[in-house]
Design a protein around this ligand. Structure first.
Ligand code: FES
Length: 143
């Protein structure tokens, strides 16, 4: 077993576990979006970032393996800022209005991205909303 600390709590983790897995086993919540348990983690959304002592920048909890003596912080000012920025970028091509209504698809109100945006304090995109609707290509019968 490896001895680690998450948010000041001393924990034991197994060799090969990720920070996210160790945190979840201890009941410590770290928000995620792209992580799917039992699939290989891709670490692309950066919503799960955490601070690890000795690291220059926050690292994704879902792809970072625990090491003995590791000290992790899940909610530093820097981590919260990184998370907000990641979510802000992700919703920049969604039609989220100031009332938290999203016009992008039928999942409004039952959307994981909306829920995470609420959790990290992003109520609307601060980046210009990209227009993602493209013309339908129907010239090929296969399509
Ligand atoms: S959940 Fe997306 S990078 Fe970790």
């Amino acid at each position: 077993m490896l001895n680690i600390t998450i948010d000041g709590r001393a924990l034991e983790a197994r060799e090969g576990q990720t920070v996210l897995e160790a945190a979840r086993e201890a009941g410590i919540h770290i928000p995620t979006l792209c992580y799917l348990a039992e699939r290989s983690a891709i670490g692309s959304c950066r919503v799960c970032v955490v601070d690890v002592e000795g690291q220059d920048a926050p690292v994704p909890a879902c792809t970072t393996r625990v090491v003995d003596g590791m000290q992790v912080q899940t909610a530093t000012e820097r981590v919260l800022k990184y998370r907000r920025m990641a979510v802000d970028l992700l919703i920049s091509n969604h039609g989220l209005d100031s009332t938290d209504y999203c016009f992008s698809c039928v999942k409004n109100g039952a959307c994981e991205l909306q829920a995470v945006a609420r959790e990290v304090g992003v109520s609307h995109p601060t980046f210009p909303v990209a227009q993602t609707r493209k013309p339908v290509l129907d010239s090929n019968p296969f399509l």
